[in-house]
Ligand binder design. Structure first.
Ligand code: SAM
Length: 267
């Protein structure tokens, strides 16, 4: 399938197509598991994972017996997801596509979810509209987004300050981490909301070990290193400072929380 993209999304696709997503994907795998659990899927449930990456929510939903589709902008991540699903003996439909123009009919899925993916769609109202459009009435939309106060949000803000300004129509991704924003975006279609504040813990042998892993392999960081050249050292220092401040371990290791908002929107 070929997808029409503007420059901003072409850059986004490139940024998610380099490096090695596995390190980060493994770090947030628990969130995908929880989102699939909160979506309450079972045999026969139709389930769409929007911006599925390498399948963190997609694969647990398929394991629970749901009929699952994973959509993402980055073909390279879809291939990784497909390989994982096949190794687990799971059949999943993988679709290359843009979350602001979901290539599905009205009411196609019982559950529509996104873990840290929908937040990267620049037009939030359009993103909400698309997720709600493809979710059948009586279904649910389940999302996870870093809260604005979280350490992950601080890293995103620092990194964003080194990027060219986004287009004027792009809203800040972290807005999705606040309950008020989720309520506002789905106000026209929601029959009810449930929210949970949860924590994903980063645990590593040391701050340096995590920094080398994350900054050396996380796709957008690999893209930024290529873009910034020598200035990447400055960015690295600022990101490391965020993690040092958030570190709760006092034995030379690293253990810090990344808070996120899990939202369930009943439609
Ligand atoms: C942080 S990753 C999250 C991936 C996955 N949901 C997970 O939990 O591991 C963000 C994902 O959003 C995807 N993405 C970004 N913009 C997108 C768009 N406009 N349409 C579809 N996917 C998009 C990226 O390719 C990437 O896989």
């Amino acid at each position: 399938m070929s997808v029409q993209l503007d420059d901003f999304k072409t850059r986004q696709r490139e940024a998610w197509s380099v490096g090695d997503y596995d390190v980060y994907g493994a770090q947030i795998a628990d969130v995908g598991e929880l989102v699939a659990e909160r979506a309450q899927v079972g045999p026969g449930t139709t389930f769409l994972d929007v911006a599925c990456g390498a399948g963190n929510a997609t694969i647990p939903a398929a394991r629970a017996g749901a009929q699952v589709t994973g959509l993402d902008l980055a073909p390279h991540l879809l291939e990784a997801a497909q390989a994982k699903a096949e190794a687990a003996g799971l059949t999943i439909e993988w679709v290359e596509g843009d979350l602001e123009a979901l290539p599905f009919e009205y009411g196609s899925f019982d559950r529509v979810v996104s873990t840290f993916g929908h937040m990267f769609g620049p037009r939030h109202q359009l993103v909400a509209h698309e997720m709600a459009r493809v979710c059948r009435k009586g279904g649910a939309i389940v999302t996870a987004t870093w809260t604005p106060e979280s350490s992950a949000a601080a890293v995103l803000r620092v990194s964003g300050s080194y990027l060219p300004p986004p287009p004027e129509y792009a809203a800040p991704p972290l807005l999705w981490g606040s309950e008020d924003h989720v309520r506002e975006m789905f106000a026209a279609v929601a029959k009810g909301f449930e929210f949970e504040r949860r924590v994903n813990w980063v645990v590593a042998e040391s701050l340096e070990q995590w920094a080398d892993l994350f900054l050396g392999r996380f796709p957008p960081m690999v893209a930024m290193r290529a873009m910034l050249g020598d200035r990447f050292g400055e960015l690295r220092q600022q990101v490391v400072d965020v993690w040092r401040d958030a570190n709760e371990a006092d034995d030379g290791t690293l253990r810090f929380p990344q808070e996120y908002l899990l939202s369930i929107v009943r439609v």
